[in-house]
Structures are given as C-alpha cells and as structure tokens.
Ligand binder design. Structure first.
Ligand code: GRG
Length: 295
C-alpha cells in the first residue's frame, strides 16, 4: 500500500503540473474566471481518475506521457462537477478538499463559469494532436468522456440526486444513481486506457467490469466516510447526506452490511483483472485503497 500511495502522489504531481501549465492566468476581467478554474482544480484531490487512466493504459504499454492529455481532461471534468456540485443550488457546500469552495472564494456566477470553462476546456485538451496521433482515437476518447459526463451519465445521476424522489430511493435506485453520478467517470477512466492502448473487446469488457465494481465500492466507502468521518479529516462537511435527507448505501445496508458489500465489490473488481494482460498489481491495490481510504 505504501508503494500505491507513492504512485498516487506521483500522478497527482504530474496532473497538477499539467493543469498549472494549461490554465494560464489572463489579464483583465477574463482573468477572474481563469483564477476560479485554477482554484477549483489546483486545490489538492487524490487524482484517482487520472491515476486509473494512466494505470489501465500502462497495461497496454502506453507510457504516462502518452496518456497524460486524456488523464488531465478527465480530471478537468471531475473538478468541474465538484465546483458545480458545491453551489448553493446543488449541495450548497462551503468546504472542498479542505479549502473554501470556489463560489465562496469568488461568487456563484464565477463558479458556474469556472465549471463551464473546465468542462469545455477538457474537450479542447482531448482534441489536441498530443492526445493521440490518430484522430479516430481522439474522437473515441471525446465520445467516451461525453457519454460518461452527460445526461446518460454523471449529469443524469446528479439530476436523480436532486430529485424529490431522492429520499425514498431503494437499494436498486441508489445503485443506479451512484453508477451514473460517480461510476461513469470511473468507468471512462478505465475505458480511456483501453482506447489509448488499442485493447480488444474482451479486455475492454474486463476493464468495464473492474470499473463498475470499483465505482460502487468507492461510493459505499464515501457513504461510510460521510457517517464515520469528521469534517476536518475529510476536508468537506461530514454527515452531509443525513443533513440533506439522502438515502444512502449505509442507510439501506447498515454500517456493517455496507462494509461487507464494499469488500465483496473489491474482490469482484480484483477478479475482473485476471482477464487482463500485463502487471495488474497496482490496479488490484487500488481496489483495496478505494475502500480503506480516509478521505
Ligand atoms: C454537478 C453535473 C454535476 C455533477 C456532480 C461527482 C458529483 C456529481 C458530485 C460530487 C459529490 C460527491 C461528494 C460524490 C461522492 C463521490 C465523489 C465523486 C467524491 C469526490 O471524488 P473524490 O473522492 O474527490 O475522488 P477528490 O477531491 O479526491 O478528487
């Protein structure tokens, strides 16, 4: 696990430096939105999604610098979703990654624009030739990220999360919501590695299975942290789900039941890795990390 944490740190450093290079400060009133985009993306974070993308690409011998654009684009979409999720019209949160949220540092309108800038900027990054020399691969990455982030993916999940029915969801409903809201970007991370690496259909399916189980385990761990963690430890408000009246995996399964389900999903994710080429030990450890993490 120490090795995994070191590898995660290395990716976080790489992604942070690339975002810093891309988000160039601007003069005049436009500079404000760039500053807000920087505040929403250069504020820490585990960078788990870029890490998964780089690791899955490496199974097919794609070196990190050849997968970096796709990894950074994915993190930009994730950061946009957090900036918008924290807005008063959504989860209304003052704290993210241990720091004041973007709308608190700036204002609501600037936070909306900063999220928009990160989202659209992600697709500009994917379209760059540096992402992959073959335009068909770049198109496949664009399509995969758009599907994962859009109304059939994360945005759709967020809509269910904000719906009046949210408090009454049963286990199946919560699973669907979380598969969309959190799971689809995680699945894109693994599919993008497969796209960059020219993986075959069976390998791609194995990665989709891995990501599906990992994404749910990640969300159950998030629900457990929300109940058991502290605001200082998490860097975001604890017990937020209960305050918002949200039905969660912990609410449905109880603390011990949720923990058991998360462990079973980790084992399921790890089993999927057996179908893949290369050294899958890091992805195996990542599945364990996802449920043992404290933030
Ligand atoms: C606004 C369209 C739109 C979507 C927002 C992802 C999301 C949808 C909201 C985040 C709310 C939340 C706390 C979800 C729980 C799981 C999750 C995505 C946590 C944050 O991801 P981490 O733990 O965060 O990877 P870091 O800070 O490490 O990047």
């Amino acid at each position: 696990m120490v090795e995994l944490l070191r590898a995660l740190e290395k990716t976080a450093d790489l992604v942070g430096r690339e975002l810093d290079r891309l988000l160039v400060a601007a003069e005049g009133p436009r500079g404000r939105v760039v500053e807000a985009m920087r505040a929403g993306s250069l504020n820490g974070g585990k960078r788990l999604r870029p890490f998964l993308l780089l690791e899955t690409a490496s199974l097919f011998d794609v070196p990190p610098h050849r997968a970096l654009n796709a990894a950074v684009a994915l993190e930009m979409v994730h950061c946009y979703s957090l900036v918008h999720d924290d807005l008063p019209a959504m989860d209304d949160s003052d704290l993210r990654r241990g720091k004041p949220t973007v709308h608190k540092l700036f204002d609501d309108a600037t936070a909306i624009l900063a999220g928009d800038g990160l989202l659209t900027g992600a697709f500009a990054v994917l379209a760059e030739e540096a992402t992959h020399p073959d335009p068909a691969v770049r198109c496949a990455l664009v399509a995969s990220l758009a599907q994962a982030a859009g109304a059939a993916g994360m945005v759709g999940g967020q809509m269910i999360d904000l719906s009046p029915q949210r408090g009454q969801l049963d286990l199946e409903g919560i699973t669907e919501l979380q598969n969309l809201k959190t799971g689809r970007l995680i699945r894109h991370a693994c599919e993008a590695g497969a796209i960059l690496g020219g993986a075959g259909p069976a390998e791609r399916q194995a990665l989709v299975d891995y990501a599906g189980a990992l994404g749910l385990a990640f969300q159950i761990a998030d629900d457990l942290l929300d109940v058991e963690g502290t605001t200082a430890g998490l860097g975001k408000p604890a017990q937020a789900d209960a305050a918002l009246g949200k039905a969660t995996f912990v609410g449905q399964l109880g603390i011990e039941g949720a923990r058991q389900r998360a462990r079973a999903l980790v084992a399921e994710a790890q089993r999927s890795l057996r179908q893949l080429p290369g050294d899958t030990r890091t992805l195996c450890d990542t599945a364990t990390f996802v449920v043992e993490r404290q933030v």
